[in-house]
Design a protein around this ligand. Sequence first.
Ligand SMILES: NC(=O)c1ccc[n+]([C@@H]2O[C@H](COP(=O)([O-])OP(=O)(O)OC[C@H]3O[C@@H](n4cnc5c(N)ncnc54)[C@H](O)[C@@H]3O)[C@@H](O)[C@H]2O)c1
Length: 423
Amino acid sequence: MTQDAPRKVVILGQGYVGLPVSMRAVEAGFDVVGFDVAKDKVDRLRSGHTYIDDIASEDIAEALATGRFLPTDDPADLAEFDVAVISVPTPLRDGAPDLSYIEKATDCIAPYVRAGCCVILESTTYPGTTEEIVVPRLEEVSALRAGADFQVGFSPERINPGDPLYGLKNTPKIVSGVDQESLDAVAEFFGHLVDTVVPVTGTREAELAKLLENTFRHVNIALVNELAMYCHELGIDVWSVIDAAASKPFGFMKFTPGPGVGGHCLPIDPSYLSWQVRRTLGRNFRFVEIANDVNDHMPDYVVTRATANLNTARKAVNGSTILLIGLAYKANSGDARESPAIAVAHRLADLGASLRAVDPLIPTDHVPAGIEIVDCTETEVAGADLVIVLTDHRVVDWELLERHADKVLDTRNKLRNPAVDRL
Ligand SMILES: NC(=O)c1ccc[n+]([C@@H]2O[C@H](COP(=O)([O-])OP(=O)(O)OC[C@H]3O[C@@H](n4cnc5c(N)ncnc54)[C@H](O)[C@@H]3O)[C@@H](O)[C@H]2O)c1
């Protein structure tokens, strides 16, 4: 860090995004205040315990040991900050963006805004949020002007939980500001945390870039999901089709089908975009609508396939014991938010199935009532009428499942045995 680099950094929101940023900022030499309104999270951090897959308890203990990491829920600890990063949730409420968390976090930091400080929004949101929601609230309370007196910018997070290759440091980070000085300040700060910053002119462009990234993924997953459903009816192996197409070294990017999309990003972010287009232009963003339609339908489709599979063995879903492999929304993560596996579980439970599930990563208090978490053992697999692979965690005993292939519905193409019923 350079001599005149800002020293006190406050990160509002210590979740999947904010906590890794806090850890990295401590590592880079900053004094870091990890502020969160959830007291239980703050208590866990204070006692050196993690609640995020990608951050180990040892990382938190090390950060605390430097004396430069202060987890807190007391807004007074935000005083005299040099850089504030807002990493709070941006969910949907009744299908519309819910910016209340951003508003509250902005109001929390506003009293401490002073000349020369820098406020950076990291939460994913629709274009215009930084300048229309964050800036006016900061200016009103501080009686200072964004750009002229203090800096404001937007820098979307690209963290990919569970990714062994790309972490915060080696993933290029988009930075933007309300003016050139703000852009420079945001780029300067994140330049200490990541290998590459990507300056973008304008906060709206940076906000939309993040939505484009996730909408691109959402639409392409919908494309292969729809293809998978048609391929099944046509008697064509969709996985071979995709692998064959992916041998093209240019102009094709591989996406794979699955039981639907989950997490905090794909089921939500594209709807921020379509909501804004509808509100501002009065038109539908058709690609997003279609992608939502297809991806939202996938849990139902999996249940239809499960029903057909049991039917072949002259069994009904009602009364069957179904073993679900994986409840998290993606492999090697314990994150069950918006998980399509949970949607499948709810639908099967409604139809009268008795559900057991193997997922060593998901916290027990995130497991819906009525699902018993079990180990992946010979007895469990043999005792199930049907096994459905929903999440392909590395830690699962895949060889054991191969041995029982004739009763497995695999939505992730994880098993090789030809007797497996693949999506
Ligand atoms: N999880 C991901 O993989 C990911 C990736 C890229 C971007 N994002 C985006 O980053 C943002 C944060 O997502 P997340 O996954 O970290 O959410 P999260 O729920 O894991 O964490 C958000 C944290 O903010 C806290 N919080 C809420 N209101 C607050 C306030 N007023 N002040 C301080 N803390 C407050 C919550 O208690 C929670 O701990 C969202 O906009 C999300 O879309 C998430």
